[in-house]
Design a protein around this ligand. Structure first.
Ligand SMILES: [Zn+2]
Length: 287
């Protein structure tokens, strides 16, 4: 499942132009994304960095190693690189921070030529049958990747801790990339909130279920995740529940009388499985 999987690398590979398909997918997602009327973290700086470098500059304290730091950050859409993905999972997108540091007379210059990659083959091959859900999931991928850029730009622009750290770097040192949120501590709740609002605006409801390894029998589980009575407005016309799972294989949603049951097997038994459930009226036409 690619939605919650993403890779982020401080890397120095050569830039490769995106394919036409990738460029068109990005253009169309971006057009929809900028029209959205939902509360979300402001990602305008990273979006600006696609057209012109974002430049930031700050002075250091007198006892720091350096006197001043200047950063310039650009982002380009690049061809998706399959070798950067996780093993055994499909990666929807990648945001790479590619920075070089130079120093002269105590002045540090950071130059970042970042790359956004979208796995258009995987995104366009999604098995999600509801086009509304499909598009929302794609927008979540875009938002997610943009956050890997924006959160770090925010740190460079206004984090005292990051400023202090950068002010004491030599050109041999690595930058502190922790604010890119590679482990998704910040991004996961933001993208969940984002997806929840989009599903709600589309007339559905989103629920998140977590299945811990302790709830399973050697990884296998069957769990009641709700009742049709939880959705009184929907019951007359019928409910359609579909889902996205992370770290779960063979997932099935079954209605047993009025119960909605979820079954499956954890693919990695040391981690919890996460399921995004989408509940909609049976209104859409299948493609
Ligand atoms: Zn990510």
């Amino acid at each position: 499942m690619f939605l919650l999987v993403c890779s982020i690398y401080p890397a120095f590979g050569d830039y490769v132009e995106p394919t036409l398909q990738e460029q068109q997918l990005y253009n169309s997602l971006l057009a929809d994304f900028t029209k959205l009327n939902v509360q979300k973290t402001d990602v305008s700086k990273v979006l600006e960095s696609f057209s012109a470098p974002i430049t930031m500059s700050f002075p250091c304290d007198t006892n720091d190693l350096n006197s001043n730091v200047t950063a310039a950050i650009k982002t380009k859409l690049a061809k998706f690189d399959n070798t950067l993905g996780h093993e055994g999972t499909t990666t929807g997108g990648i945001y790479s921070w590619k920075c070089s540091i130079t120093s002269s007379d105590g002045k540090i210059t950071i130059n970042c030529e970042n790359e956004l990659m979208l796995n258009s083959d995987a995104i366009l091959a999604s098995t999600e049958r509801n086009p509304t859900i499909n598009q929302i999931e794609n927008l979540v991928i875009l938002y997610h990747e943009l956050l890997h850029g924006q959160l770090m730009i925010d740190a460079i622009s206004s984090s005292d801790a990051w400023h202090d750290n950068a002010c004491n770097k030599t050109p041999q040192d690595d930058l502190d990339y922790s604010y890119t949120d590679a482990n998704h501590k910040v991004i996961t709740p933001l993208q969940t909130e984002f997806a929840t609002q989009l599903i709600k605006n589309a007339g559905g409801e989103m629920k998140i279920e977590t299945i811990t390894p302790e709830e399973t029998n050697s990884g296998a589980f069957t769990k009641k995740i709700g009742s049709l009575y939880d959705y009184p407005n929907y019951v007359k016309s019928g409910v359609n529940v579909s889902a996205r799972a992370y770290n779960i294989i063979n997932m099935q949603i079954i209605s047993q009388k009025t119960d909605i049951m979820l079954s499956g097997v954890l693919s990695n038994m040391t981690q919890s499985g996460i399921v995004w459930l989408y509940v909609f009226l049976r209104l859409w036409k299948y493609r």
